[in-house]
Design a protein around this ligand. Structure first.
Ligand SMILES: [Zn+2]
Length: 319
């Protein structure tokens, strides 16, 4: 299917901008990544630099870019194509991202929620290739999801569908950036895994992580690393996190009866240590017939799901 046509995928997160040139088969030909730190003011500048760098690379190689897809961590209105809500990246709200990118690459550009992009990547080129009904869940700084329904990205009436991280799992829980209380994200996102670990460490000094309980030194990756070396405390934190995510996944399986649930995002560096408690909780809570038929797996494309998905969604939208 690779006919020399090139598509661009851009994945903007709260901390990095990733951009790639991808062929029609979903293979990455060039990729670039830029840290944007915690300063929202530099997000658009970082995005512009990444897009320009790839545009120039494509032009040197005489690869015409057919179209581009940009993923952003927020609610993208399907009608206005603007980002309406972005608790983890407020700088993007109301910005016409597609116009800004189209001005640089001179081709059709679409903007989509980042988890929707990654879901489309896993569906077309990754773990869920060949499936029809798929839920992709990204656990990172926030928790998002993309739903593939009967082979198509399901957007809902405004384009906001898939806000899995804002499912209420604890009615008396902590306030969430979305305005609700007790969302899954307030318990199981990367920063909240760290918060829970830190709170427990002040009570339990036996873990090898206790010296890292100071702000800034504890990360979800570090907890995963310690768990892999057998630290009981880190294993317990991941087990609890998996159980909370599993409760929400069981609800989604009962609601949508998917063929597959794919788990991705930075926190999934923990691999089976997180996946196994999720699967166990789903078996406890979802209808047995639906749980048995639904495979729950780790992402195949990892951190590249977003850029590949963006390029493939542009390919399938604009031709
Ligand atoms: Zn929320």
């Amino acid at each position: 299917m690779d006919d020399g046509t090139i598509y661009m995928g851009v994945d903007v997160s709260a901390t990095t901008v990733k951009a790639a040139l991808v062929n029609a088969d979903g293979e990455i030909c060039e990729i670039t990544q830029e840290a944007i730190g915690d300063d929202p003011g530099v997000v658009l500048e970082g995005m512009r630099r990444s897009v320009e760098r790839l545009r120039d690379r494509a032009s040197e190689r005489r690869w015409p870019i057919r179209s581009a897809g940009v993923g952003v961590p927020g609610l993208v209105n399907a009608r206005t194509r603007r980002v309406e809500v972005a608790p983890n990246l407020p700088a993007l709200v109301k910005v016409d991202v597609s116009a800004a990118v189209a001005e640089l690459v001179r081709c059709p550009v679409l903007v989509e929620n980042d988890a929707n992009m990654a879901a489309y990547g896993e569906f077309t080129c990754g773990a869920a290739r060949g499936r029809s009904n798929v839920v992709y869940i990204a656990v990172g700084t926030g928790i998002g999801a993309g739903v593939i329904c009967e082979g198509k990205l399901y957007r809902g009436s405004l384009g906001f569908a898939g806000e899995f991280g804002h499912m209420t799992v604890d009615p008396e829980g902590l306030p969430c950036a979305c305005g609700n209380r007790g969302c899954l994200e307030t318990i199981a996102s990367g920063p909240n895994i760290v918060r829970r670990a830190r709170e427990r460490l002040f009570r339990d000094r036996s873990s090898s992580l206790s010296s890292l309980a100071l702000p800034g030194e504890l990360t979800p990756e570090r907890i995963a690393t310690e768990a892999l070396t057998g630290d009981d405390f880190s294993l317990m934190i991941l087990e609890q996190t998996g159980r909370w995510i599993g409760i929400a996944v069981a609800n989604v399986i009962n609601l949508l009866n998917p063929d597959m649930v794919v788990l991705g995002g930075g926190v999934m560096v923990a691999g089976e240590l997180l996946l196994n408690p999720i699967i166990a909780e789903v078996k406890r809570r979802a209808f047995a017939a639906m749980a048995a038929q639904c495979e729950i797996v780790a992402s195949l494309l990892g951190g590249q799901a977003g850029v590949i998905g963006g390029a493939m969604l542009a390919r399938d939208t604009f031709g």
